[in-house]
Write a protein that binds this ligand. Structure first.
Ligand code: AMP
Length: 287
């Protein structure tokens, strides 16, 4: 595996990979890799000739009170993991490469970025959309792979690609990969390592309670009352705050008061201490 830390080297290496028409998949990450990230690499490898992975802890998607400075960084270990997955090229720019002096532009995807995590983390999705658009332009991949774990992020990126007529990748070549979970159901996340042993046990209740709520909604029980019961159950299980627990349209992320014919998703964000966990799951036959 080769590593590029400057745009000049990245472009040279990508051009080499492209020789004789080989296809390229991009998998953007912030590092501190786990099995969830690796499943994206595997899906990417199954679909394209070469995989380019990026590791960049993007400062513009963190609010001033968030964990930018303490976010886990382990580039050597991550590189070994990527190499073992057969990744061809690691793009690991520093902040100066990504945002040189004088950088002033931003992409804002209204609507789909405004509720849920967008409401709790002002500016977060502008930071995400802008850095992902830059990564797309830098690598110009045929396909790009993102986790359904960050369901709203995936919706924001697809909307951006559609609205801005992106071609590398085209919106239809932005692939969502199912969430990889720990044995007890907790969605894998680089932030899970912030949890104490007790908090880690409590965190498992998130996916369990979500599954129960989904069974009730699919059984025809009232959506509003089921979501309130879900929040109460999480607070009772040791969560300190539930930022949101909503049923939403899977494409537009509009909130739904009842399950209809269109694919729906249960989306939850909840905090244990200062750690914020998110999860989402499909709801109903059509999902
Ligand atoms: P991050 O490094 O947290 O920015 O995540 C990089 C990519 O990995 C994003 O597309 C995430 O949605 C995806 N990802 C993170 N956790 C998981 C997981 N548990 N299962 C599948 N994909 C994941």
């Amino acid at each position: 595996m080769q590593t590029a830390t400057t745009l000049e080297v990245l472009r040279k290496r990508v051009a080499e990979l492209r020789q004789s028409g080989a296809s390229i998949a991009l998998v953007p990450t912030m590092g501190a890799l786990h099995e969830g990230h690796l499943s994206l690499m595997r899906e990417a490898k199954n679909s394209c000739d070469h995989v380019v992975a990026s590791i960049f802890v993007n400062p513009t998607q963190f609010s001033p009170n968030e964990d930018l400075d303490s976010y886990p960084r382990q580039l050597v270990k991550d590189s070994e993991m990527l190499e073992a997955e057969g990744v061809a090229l690691l793009w690991a720019p520093d902040t100066q490469q990504m945002y040189p002096d004088g950088f002033v532009s931003s992409i804002s995807v209204r609507g789909v970025s405004e509720g849920f995590c967008g409401a709790d983390r002002p500016g977060h999705f502008d930071g995400v959309a802008t850095v992902v658009c830059k990564l797309f332009n830098q690598v110009q991949p045929d396909m790009a792979f993102f986790g359904e774990k960050d369901f709203q992020q995936l919706a924001v990126i697809r909307t951006m690609a559609r609205d801005l007529d992106l071609t590398r990748p085209h919106v239809d070549s932005i692939i969502g990969v199912p969430t990889v979970r720990e044995e007890d159901g907790l969605a894998m996340s680089s932030r899970n390592r912030y949890l104490s042993a007790k908090q880690r046990e409590e965190a498992a209740m998130l996916s369990m309670q979500m599954r129960e709520a989904i069974a009730r909604i699919e059984d025809g029980q009232n959506v509003g009352r089921t979501l309130t019961a879900l929040e109460d159950a999480l607070l009772g299980a040791g969560f300190d705050r539930v930022d949101y627990a909503d049923l939403a349209d899977s494409i537009t992320l509009e909130k739904l008061g009842e399950l209809g014919d269109r694919p729906a998703r249960l989306l939850v964000a909840a905090r244990i201490g200062s750690t914020r966990l998110i999860d989402n799951m499909p709801v109903g036959q059509a999902a």
